[in-house]
Design a protein around this ligand. Structure first.
Ligand code: UDP
Length: 321
Protein backbone atom coordinates (compact mmCIF):
# COMPACT_ATOMS: atom_id res chain seq x y z
CA UNK A 1 0.00 0.00 0.00
CA UNK A 2 1.11 3.57 -0.69
CA UNK A 3 0.28 5.96 2.13
CA UNK A 4 0.42 9.74 2.07
CA UNK A 5 0.92 11.24 5.53
CA UNK A 6 0.39 15.00 5.79
CA UNK A 7 2.22 16.44 8.78
CA UNK A 8 4.50 13.41 8.52
CA UNK A 9 7.45 15.09 10.28
CA UNK A 10 5.38 15.99 13.30
CA UNK A 11 5.20 14.14 16.58
CA UNK A 12 2.28 11.81 15.73
CA UNK A 13 2.97 11.87 11.96
CA UNK A 14 6.53 10.61 12.34
CA UNK A 15 5.41 7.67 14.51
CA UNK A 16 2.72 6.88 11.94
CA UNK A 17 5.26 6.90 9.07
CA UNK A 18 7.54 4.60 11.06
CA UNK A 19 4.75 2.15 11.81
CA UNK A 20 3.51 2.06 8.19
CA UNK A 21 7.06 1.42 6.95
CA UNK A 22 7.51 -1.34 9.53
CA UNK A 23 4.36 -2.96 8.13
CA UNK A 24 5.95 -2.98 4.65
CA UNK A 25 4.05 -0.06 3.10
CA UNK A 26 5.40 2.77 0.95
CA UNK A 27 5.11 6.16 2.63
CA UNK A 28 5.25 9.73 1.35
CA UNK A 29 5.30 12.37 4.07
CA UNK A 30 4.49 16.00 3.33
CA UNK A 31 5.40 18.56 5.93
CA UNK A 32 6.29 22.25 5.75
CA UNK A 33 8.49 21.82 8.85
CA UNK A 34 6.96 24.76 10.73
CA UNK A 35 6.10 22.73 13.82
CA UNK A 36 7.22 19.43 12.32
CA UNK A 37 10.87 18.61 12.82
CA UNK A 38 13.15 17.04 10.23
CA UNK A 39 15.00 15.16 12.96
CA UNK A 40 11.80 13.19 13.64
CA UNK A 41 12.05 11.41 10.29
CA UNK A 42 15.69 11.82 9.26
CA UNK A 43 16.38 8.16 10.12
CA UNK A 44 13.63 7.07 7.70
CA UNK A 45 15.11 8.90 4.73
CA UNK A 46 17.59 6.09 4.08
CA UNK A 47 14.69 3.76 3.22
CA UNK A 48 13.65 3.27 -0.43
CA UNK A 49 10.03 3.05 0.57
CA UNK A 50 10.04 6.52 2.19
CA UNK A 51 9.89 9.99 0.62
CA UNK A 52 9.69 13.35 2.31
CA UNK A 53 8.26 16.36 0.50
CA UNK A 54 8.96 19.64 2.29
CA UNK A 55 6.03 21.78 1.25
CA UNK A 56 2.59 22.95 2.27
CA UNK A 57 -0.66 21.02 1.90
CA UNK A 58 -2.05 24.26 0.50
CA UNK A 59 -0.02 23.73 -2.71
CA UNK A 60 -2.83 22.33 -4.85
CA UNK A 61 -0.94 21.06 -7.95
CA UNK A 62 1.44 19.23 -5.62
CA UNK A 63 -1.40 17.75 -3.56
CA UNK A 64 -3.16 16.70 -6.75
CA UNK A 65 -0.14 14.57 -7.66
CA UNK A 66 0.53 13.21 -4.17
CA UNK A 67 -3.08 12.18 -3.51
CA UNK A 68 -3.37 10.62 -6.98
CA UNK A 69 -0.28 8.47 -6.31
CA UNK A 70 -1.49 7.27 -2.88
CA UNK A 71 -3.86 4.46 -1.89
CA UNK A 72 -4.73 6.04 1.43
CA UNK A 73 -4.27 9.54 2.88
CA UNK A 74 -3.67 10.25 6.57
CA UNK A 75 -4.27 13.98 7.10
CA UNK A 76 -2.42 15.09 10.22
CA UNK A 77 -1.05 18.47 9.10
CA UNK A 78 -2.48 21.10 11.43
CA UNK A 79 -1.72 23.92 13.78
CA UNK A 80 -0.36 22.47 17.03
CA UNK A 81 -0.94 23.35 20.65
CA UNK A 82 -3.04 25.82 22.58
CA UNK A 83 -0.35 28.55 22.73
CA UNK A 84 0.17 28.66 18.97
CA UNK A 85 -3.56 28.74 18.33
CA UNK A 86 -3.91 31.75 20.61
CA UNK A 87 -0.85 33.56 19.22
CA UNK A 88 -1.52 32.93 15.49
CA UNK A 89 -5.29 32.76 15.07
CA UNK A 90 -5.66 33.61 11.36
CA UNK A 91 -2.93 31.21 10.32
CA UNK A 92 -4.45 28.49 12.50
CA UNK A 93 -7.84 28.80 10.85
CA UNK A 94 -6.34 28.82 7.36
CA UNK A 95 -4.07 25.82 7.97
CA UNK A 96 -6.86 23.73 9.46
CA UNK A 97 -9.82 24.57 7.25
CA UNK A 98 -8.11 25.17 3.91
CA UNK A 99 -5.66 22.27 4.36
CA UNK A 100 -8.49 19.81 4.93
CA UNK A 101 -10.51 21.29 2.07
CA UNK A 102 -7.60 20.64 -0.32
CA UNK A 103 -6.99 17.08 0.93
CA UNK A 104 -10.67 16.18 0.61
CA UNK A 105 -11.07 17.75 -2.84
CA UNK A 106 -8.25 15.64 -4.30
CA UNK A 107 -9.30 12.51 -2.41
CA UNK A 108 -12.69 13.03 -4.03
CA UNK A 109 -11.18 13.54 -7.48
CA UNK A 110 -9.25 10.24 -7.29
CA UNK A 111 -11.62 8.42 -4.91
CA UNK A 112 -9.04 7.69 -2.23
CA UNK A 113 -9.58 6.56 1.34
CA UNK A 114 -8.83 9.45 3.66
CA UNK A 115 -8.49 9.73 7.41
CA UNK A 116 -8.92 13.23 8.87
CA UNK A 117 -7.51 13.79 12.36
CA UNK A 118 -9.72 15.91 14.54
CA UNK A 119 -9.47 16.58 18.24
CA UNK A 120 -11.10 16.09 21.63
CA UNK A 121 -11.14 19.91 21.82
CA UNK A 122 -14.33 19.61 19.76
CA UNK A 123 -16.18 18.47 22.91
CA UNK A 124 -15.31 21.83 24.44
CA UNK A 125 -16.80 22.36 27.88
CA UNK A 126 -19.15 19.40 27.64
CA UNK A 127 -19.80 18.05 31.12
CA UNK A 128 -21.31 14.68 30.29
CA UNK A 129 -18.41 12.32 31.03
CA UNK A 130 -17.23 10.28 29.16
CA UNK A 131 -17.44 12.11 25.82
CA UNK A 132 -19.26 10.11 23.12
CA UNK A 133 -19.02 10.96 19.46
CA UNK A 134 -22.66 11.95 19.11
CA UNK A 135 -22.81 14.12 22.24
CA UNK A 136 -23.65 17.80 21.93
CA UNK A 137 -20.61 20.05 21.90
CA UNK A 138 -20.36 23.06 24.22
CA UNK A 139 -18.01 25.77 22.99
CA UNK A 140 -17.31 29.22 24.41
CA UNK A 141 -17.81 32.54 22.61
CA UNK A 142 -15.97 33.61 19.45
CA UNK A 143 -14.28 36.38 21.46
CA UNK A 144 -12.26 33.67 23.24
CA UNK A 145 -9.58 32.57 20.78
CA UNK A 146 -9.16 29.11 22.29
CA UNK A 147 -12.46 28.02 20.72
CA UNK A 148 -11.41 28.76 17.16
CA UNK A 149 -9.35 25.58 17.14
CA UNK A 150 -12.34 23.40 18.04
CA UNK A 151 -14.57 25.29 15.60
CA UNK A 152 -12.11 24.90 12.72
CA UNK A 153 -11.70 21.18 13.44
CA UNK A 154 -15.48 20.82 13.61
CA UNK A 155 -15.73 22.40 10.19
CA UNK A 156 -13.20 19.81 8.94
CA UNK A 157 -15.42 17.05 10.30
CA UNK A 158 -18.53 18.57 8.70
CA UNK A 159 -16.72 18.80 5.37
CA UNK A 160 -15.45 15.21 5.53
CA UNK A 161 -18.89 13.89 6.47
CA UNK A 162 -20.43 15.95 3.66
CA UNK A 163 -18.15 14.22 1.16
CA UNK A 164 -19.23 10.85 2.57
CA UNK A 165 -22.86 11.87 2.38
CA UNK A 166 -22.70 13.26 -1.16
CA UNK A 167 -20.42 10.78 -2.94
CA UNK A 168 -19.72 8.00 -0.39
CA UNK A 169 -16.08 9.10 -0.36
CA UNK A 170 -14.46 6.71 2.16
CA UNK A 171 -13.62 9.23 4.90
CA UNK A 172 -12.87 8.57 8.56
CA UNK A 173 -12.69 11.31 11.20
CA UNK A 174 -10.70 10.58 14.33
CA UNK A 175 -10.96 12.73 17.45
CA UNK A 176 -7.58 12.32 19.08
CA UNK A 177 -7.49 12.83 22.84
CA UNK A 178 -4.27 13.86 24.63
CA UNK A 179 -1.54 11.90 22.88
CA UNK A 180 1.97 11.75 24.32
CA UNK A 181 5.29 9.95 24.02
CA UNK A 182 8.79 10.28 22.59
CA UNK A 183 9.39 13.30 20.27
CA UNK A 184 6.55 15.38 21.65
CA UNK A 185 7.99 18.74 22.63
CA UNK A 186 6.84 21.05 25.42
CA UNK A 187 7.36 24.20 23.42
CA UNK A 188 3.73 24.37 22.20
CA UNK A 189 2.34 23.96 25.72
CA UNK A 190 1.97 20.19 26.03
CA UNK A 191 1.97 19.24 29.67
CA UNK A 192 3.77 15.89 29.86
CA UNK A 193 7.05 16.75 28.12
CA UNK A 194 7.13 19.97 30.17
CA UNK A 195 6.68 18.10 33.44
CA UNK A 196 9.14 15.37 32.43
CA UNK A 197 11.88 17.83 31.53
CA UNK A 198 11.36 19.91 34.67
CA UNK A 199 11.39 16.79 36.87
CA UNK A 200 14.55 15.41 35.29
CA UNK A 201 16.29 18.76 35.90
CA UNK A 202 14.88 19.05 39.45
CA UNK A 203 13.30 22.35 38.41
CA UNK A 204 9.85 23.58 39.54
CA UNK A 205 6.87 21.95 37.81
CA UNK A 206 4.31 24.57 36.85
CA UNK A 207 0.67 23.58 37.21
CA UNK A 208 -1.84 25.95 35.59
CA UNK A 209 -4.98 26.79 37.58
CA UNK A 210 -5.78 24.66 40.64
CA UNK A 211 -4.51 21.43 39.06
CA UNK A 212 -7.81 19.62 39.66
CA UNK A 213 -8.56 19.56 35.92
CA UNK A 214 -8.22 16.04 34.51
CA UNK A 215 -6.98 14.47 31.28
CA UNK A 216 -6.28 10.96 29.92
CA UNK A 217 -2.92 10.40 28.26
CA UNK A 218 -2.55 7.94 25.41
CA UNK A 219 0.80 6.62 24.18
CA UNK A 220 1.42 7.69 20.57
CA UNK A 221 2.13 4.08 19.62
CA UNK A 222 -1.40 3.04 20.62
CA UNK A 223 -2.85 6.03 18.79
CA UNK A 224 -1.08 5.35 15.46
CA UNK A 225 -1.96 1.64 15.59
CA UNK A 226 -5.59 2.70 15.89
CA UNK A 227 -5.32 5.13 12.95
CA UNK A 228 -3.92 2.42 10.66
CA UNK A 229 -6.50 -0.17 11.72
CA UNK A 230 -9.35 2.28 11.17
CA UNK A 231 -8.28 2.85 7.55
CA UNK A 232 -8.44 -0.92 7.07
CA UNK A 233 -12.04 -1.10 8.31
CA UNK A 234 -14.84 -0.33 5.87
CA UNK A 235 -17.31 0.05 8.74
CA UNK A 236 -15.34 3.14 9.86
CA UNK A 237 -16.22 5.06 6.71
CA UNK A 238 -18.38 8.11 7.29
CA UNK A 239 -17.85 7.95 11.04
CA UNK A 240 -16.31 10.14 13.74
CA UNK A 241 -14.34 8.02 16.21
CA UNK A 242 -12.65 8.81 19.53
CA UNK A 243 -9.09 7.55 19.97
CA UNK A 244 -7.15 7.96 23.20
CA UNK A 245 -6.87 6.56 26.69
CA UNK A 246 -9.67 6.53 29.26
CA UNK A 247 -7.39 6.37 32.32
CA UNK A 248 -8.20 9.72 33.96
CA UNK A 249 -5.78 11.68 36.14
CA UNK A 250 -5.77 15.21 37.56
CA UNK A 251 -2.89 17.47 36.57
CA UNK A 252 -1.93 17.66 40.26
CA UNK A 253 -1.64 13.88 40.48
CA UNK A 254 0.18 13.80 37.16
CA UNK A 255 2.77 16.23 38.53
CA UNK A 256 3.23 14.09 41.65
CA UNK A 257 3.50 10.87 39.64
CA UNK A 258 6.09 12.34 37.26
CA UNK A 259 8.14 13.60 40.22
CA UNK A 260 7.99 10.23 41.91
CA UNK A 261 8.79 8.15 38.79
CA UNK A 262 11.70 10.46 37.94
CA UNK A 263 13.00 10.29 41.53
CA UNK A 264 13.03 14.08 41.35
CA UNK A 265 13.24 16.80 44.01
CA UNK A 266 11.09 19.22 41.93
CA UNK A 267 8.50 21.34 43.74
CA UNK A 268 5.06 22.10 42.31
CA UNK A 269 4.40 25.75 41.46
CA UNK A 270 0.87 27.04 40.75
CA UNK A 271 0.34 29.66 38.02
CA UNK A 272 -3.05 31.25 37.20
CA UNK A 273 -4.37 30.60 33.68
CA UNK A 274 -4.30 34.32 32.82
CA UNK A 275 -0.57 34.30 33.40
CA UNK A 276 0.08 31.00 31.61
CA UNK A 277 -1.96 31.80 28.50
CA UNK A 278 -3.94 34.98 28.05
CA UNK A 279 -6.70 36.83 29.85
CA UNK A 280 -10.08 35.11 29.84
CA UNK A 281 -8.57 31.72 29.02
CA UNK A 282 -11.00 28.85 29.61
CA UNK A 283 -9.75 25.35 30.37
CA UNK A 284 -11.64 22.06 30.29
CA UNK A 285 -12.17 20.61 33.75
CA UNK A 286 -12.44 16.99 32.66
CA UNK A 287 -11.72 15.24 29.41
CA UNK A 288 -12.40 11.50 29.14
CA UNK A 289 -13.30 9.63 25.95
CA UNK A 290 -15.91 6.95 25.52
CA UNK A 291 -13.91 4.40 23.52
CA UNK A 292 -16.84 2.09 22.80
CA UNK A 293 -16.99 2.81 19.08
CA UNK A 294 -13.23 2.27 18.55
CA UNK A 295 -13.54 -1.01 20.50
CA UNK A 296 -16.44 -2.11 18.37
CA UNK A 297 -14.74 -1.24 15.07
CA UNK A 298 -11.14 -2.36 15.65
CA UNK A 299 -11.17 -4.04 19.05
CA UNK A 300 -9.18 -1.04 20.30
CA UNK A 301 -7.31 -1.58 23.56
CA UNK A 302 -4.39 0.75 24.43
CA UNK A 303 -1.36 -1.34 25.45
CA UNK A 304 0.37 1.35 27.53
CA UNK A 305 -1.02 2.30 30.94
CA UNK A 306 -0.34 5.74 32.41
CA UNK A 307 2.82 4.68 34.20
CA UNK A 308 4.26 3.21 30.97
CA UNK A 309 3.35 6.41 29.14
CA UNK A 310 5.20 8.55 31.69
CA UNK A 311 8.21 6.19 31.80
CA UNK A 312 8.53 6.33 28.03
CA UNK A 313 8.42 10.15 28.08
CA UNK A 314 10.99 10.32 30.89
CA UNK A 315 13.26 7.89 29.03
CA UNK A 316 13.09 10.07 25.93
CA UNK A 317 14.00 13.27 27.81
CA UNK A 318 16.80 11.72 29.84
CA UNK A 319 20.09 13.25 28.63
CA UNK A 320 18.27 15.42 26.08
CA UNK A 321 17.72 19.22 26.09
N1 UDP B 1 -0.80 22.41 31.94
C1 UDP B 1 -0.12 22.69 33.11
N2 UDP B 1 1.20 23.04 33.04
C2 UDP B 1 1.89 23.09 31.86
C3 UDP B 1 1.19 22.82 30.65
C4 UDP B 1 -0.16 22.48 30.73
O1 UDP B 1 -0.70 22.63 34.21
O2 UDP B 1 3.10 23.39 31.88
C5 UDP B 1 -2.21 22.00 32.01
C6 UDP B 1 -3.14 22.70 31.04
O3 UDP B 1 -3.64 23.91 31.58
C7 UDP B 1 -4.25 21.65 30.86
C8 UDP B 1 -3.50 20.33 30.98
O4 UDP B 1 -2.27 20.63 31.65
O5 UDP B 1 -5.20 21.73 31.89
C9 UDP B 1 -3.18 19.67 29.64
O6 UDP B 1 -2.54 20.63 28.82
P1 UDP B 1 -2.05 20.34 27.35
O7 UDP B 1 -1.68 21.64 26.72
O8 UDP B 1 -1.02 19.26 27.37
O9 UDP B 1 -3.32 19.71 26.62
P2 UDP B 1 -4.84 20.21 26.49
O10 UDP B 1 -5.04 21.48 27.25
O11 UDP B 1 -5.05 20.36 25.06
O12 UDP B 1 -5.60 19.08 27.11
Amino acid sequence: MRALVTGGAGFIGSHLCEKLLAQGHHVTAIDNLTTGNHANISALEAMDRFDLVVDSVLDEPLMDRLVRDADVVFHLASAVGVSLVIDEPTKTIQTIVEGTRVVLDYARRYRKRVLITSTSEVYGKGSKIPFSENDDVVLGPTSTRRWLYASAKMLDEFLALAHWHETQLPVICVRLFNTVGPRQVGQYGMVLPRFAKAALNNEPITVYGDGDQTRCFCHVDDAVNALIKLTETNDAHGKVINVGSDEEISINDLAKLVISLAGSSSKILYIPYDEAYTQGFEDMRRRVPNLGLARELINYQPRHDLEAVIQSTLAYWTDRD
